[in-house]
Write a protein that binds this ligand. Structure first.
Ligand SMILES: [Zn+2]
Length: 354
């Protein structure tokens, strides 16, 4: 964890012990983005590779393998991310990283997570869909204390044909009993126009699941508008570019569009200069329904708990407002109704215990 994260974690108004027991909800976290540098190195070593040859690591660190921090730019992050996820070479590895992810969510008191998984990329490595679904289901089964819904995404730079394959995979996964809650559109903004991906909205409706689009992260307010108007995205992944456009801000506040804000991700990728100038305050002041998320936590030297501490500090939240932030997240989720009720009840109990 970086010095910046350490400082912020202790400099806010909700005690660590209370934060630890808060029932949490996370809507924006990538499964392949939860692979720690240690896990990636161990997977490499297990097959006889030198981690320094196959991973992008911070060579200055002496306390074990660690990703660079901060990244030089978005592509430096993408290279680091892809080198790490390339270590997941078979279903046994996928099960390992899924179980590790779920254990980390349990440790933080996360009751419900919506986790993006790029099944098309794994399939391109020659895996059968059935083997993937079994690995994910078995990995989750090791941690019954948390619940996960998967978002099967298409990196937009791969184009609409790959999106069509993602839809087929989502349909297959649902039939196999994997809890898929939405389709996703991720990847490099501006690479392929939103209009090319309207098939995703139709397919989501047909499958009875949601659609969540990353927009306005490295892109513009126009990308956010396209995600809403062209694609009918149910929420917006990031969306911070909306802060630069008062008319769009007013509109998404009015519509109650939920943004999945990931503060440390934006800072580590150099999209925002620091947490202190992050537009999260401007979004909140405009009345936007925001949630707080970790995105790719070990790559950004963070956790969901650390991101919630940042929110407490940056938005000056008390316990009631922090609880409301988590209620909003479960209300904006695709979780089953019974689980949503359970999370609300757990938050009620947490507030009473304060
Ligand atoms: Zn993301």
């Amino acid at each position: 964890m970086s010095d910046d994260v350490d400082r912020a974690v202790t400099a806010d108004g909700v005690a660590d012990a209370r934060m630890a027991t808060l029932p949490k909800v996370e809507l924006h976290v990538h499964l392949e983005g939860t692979i720690s540098a240690r896990t990636a190195a161990d997977l490499a070593i297990a097959r006889g590779d030198d981690p320094a040859d196959v991973l992008v690591l911070d060579t200055e660190r002496t306390d074990g393998p660690n990703y660079p921090h901060p990244f030089r730019d978005f592509l430096h992050f993408v290279d680091t991310f892809l080198a790490s996820s390339a270590q997941v070479r078979g279903p046994a590895d996928l099960r390992t990283i899924t179980a590790a992810f779920a254990a980390g969510q349990v440790e933080q008191g996360v009751r419900w997570s919506e986790t993006t998984f790029t099944a098309v990329t794994m399939e391109q490595r020659g895996w059968t869909p059935a083997a993937m679904w079994t690995a994910l289901i078995d990995g989750l089964a090791t941690q019954p204390g948390t619940h996960v819904g998967f978002i099967l995404d298409t990196p937009r730079d791969l184009g609409p044909e790959v999106a069509r394959r993602s839809v087929a995979l989502a349909s297959d996964a649902l039939a196999a009993g994997l809890p898929v809650v939405a389709l996703g559109l991720t990847g490099i903004e501006g690479s392929v126009p939103a209009q090319e991906f309207t098939l995703l909205r139709d397919a989501a409706d047909e499958l009875g699941i949601g659609l969540v689009v990353h927009a306005g992260e490295t892109g513009s307010a126009q990308d956010v508008m396209d995600a809403l108007d062209v694609l009918g995205s149910d929420r917006i992944g990031h969306g911070i570019a909306a802060a630069a456009d008062p008319a769009l801000l007013a509109r998404i506040a009015e519509d109650g569009t939920v943004l999945e804000v990931c503060p440390s991700s934006n800072v580590t990728l150099g999209i925002v200069a620091s947490l202190d100038v992050h537009p999260i305050r401007a979004l909140r002041d405009a009345g936007v329904a925001l949630t707080v998320n970790s995105d790719d936590p070990p790559f950004f030297a963070t956790t969901l708990t650390a991101e919630l501490h940042h929110a407490v500090r940056l938005l000056d939240l008390d316990e009631a407002r922090l609880a409301a932030l988590q209620r909003r997240a479960i209300d904006a989720s695709f979780a089953p109704a019974a689980l949503r009720a359970e999370v609300h009840a757990a938050i009620d109990a947490w507030l009473r215990a304060g």
